[in-house]
Design a protein around this ligand. Structure first.
Ligand SMILES: CC(C)(COP(=O)(O)OP(=O)(O)OC[C@H]1O[C@@H](n2cnc3c(N)ncnc32)[C@H](O)[C@@H]1OP(=O)(O)O)[C@@H](O)C(=O)NCCC(=O)NCCS
Length: 167
């Protein structure tokens, strides 16, 4: 179990990062819905979490037993490479270090498993996420034009492919 206290822009919050549990699924679906217009159902998330090629870490407020997760990251592994499938933080807890702690913990876990490279895709318009990934050492290594469709935009937007070495 990995923990730490971080001062956010508002109230400081202490978080603990741990493996997701079966009972977290509906909360994770809620968090995903808050962060993405194309949300996943409880069933879709449960299936991914149960898949051996994936792992899911959650961040909970420390010292509150049974507290639902405030954020989560879902990672897929394949041989010595891995991909961040999704990461999201509840709106009420954003900018308090949850996503950073989750990615740091995922990187440590992957390094322990001898993975060498971590990839992700992010909408070129998603400034908070791009800023987070750059801060954690990810570099843009490619792009997929017209990748993300959105009702709010006329044209689908480009996905940046970002990568970080784990060695
Ligand atoms: C992107 C997201 C996961 C960040 O979660 P978070 O827990 O608020 O992020 P953190 O508090 O760990 O932020 C770490 C760093 O990321 C960057 N960052 C995070 N949110 C930011 C924002 N709104 N604006 C600018 N930079 C931001 C900052 O560099 C921040 O460090 P700082 O607070 O010391 O300046 C969150 O905004 C979210 O859930 N968004 C909706 C879902 C999403 O877009 N996921 C990514 C899909 S690729």
């Amino acid at each position: 179990m990995l923990g730490g206290a971080f001062k956010g822009l508002r109230k400081p919050v202490s978080l603990v990062v741990e493996d997701a549990e079966e009972g977290d699924v509906s909360h994770l679906a809620d968090i995903h819905r808050e962060g993405f217009t194309q949300a996943w159902s409880d069933g879709e998330l449960a299936k991914l979490i149960a898949n051996d090629s994936y792992f899911c870490l959650v961040a909970r407020e420390k010292g509150k037993s049974g507290k639902p997760p405030s954020a989560f990251v879902l990672v897929r592994t394949a041989a010595d490479e891995a991909e961040v499938i999704t990461i999201a933080t509840r709106k009420s807890v954003r900018r308090k270090g949850a996503a950073r702690q989750l990615l740091d913990a995922a990187v440590r876990k992957l390094q322990a498993d001898r993975a060498i490279s971590l990839f992700l895709e992010v909408d070129e318009n998603n400034d908070p996420a791009i800023s987070l990934y750059r801060k954690l050492g990810f570099k843009t290594v490619g792009e997929r034009k017209g990748y993300y469709a959105s009702q709010d935009r006329e044209k689908p937007s480009t996905a940046l492919v970002m990568q970080r070495d784990l060695g």
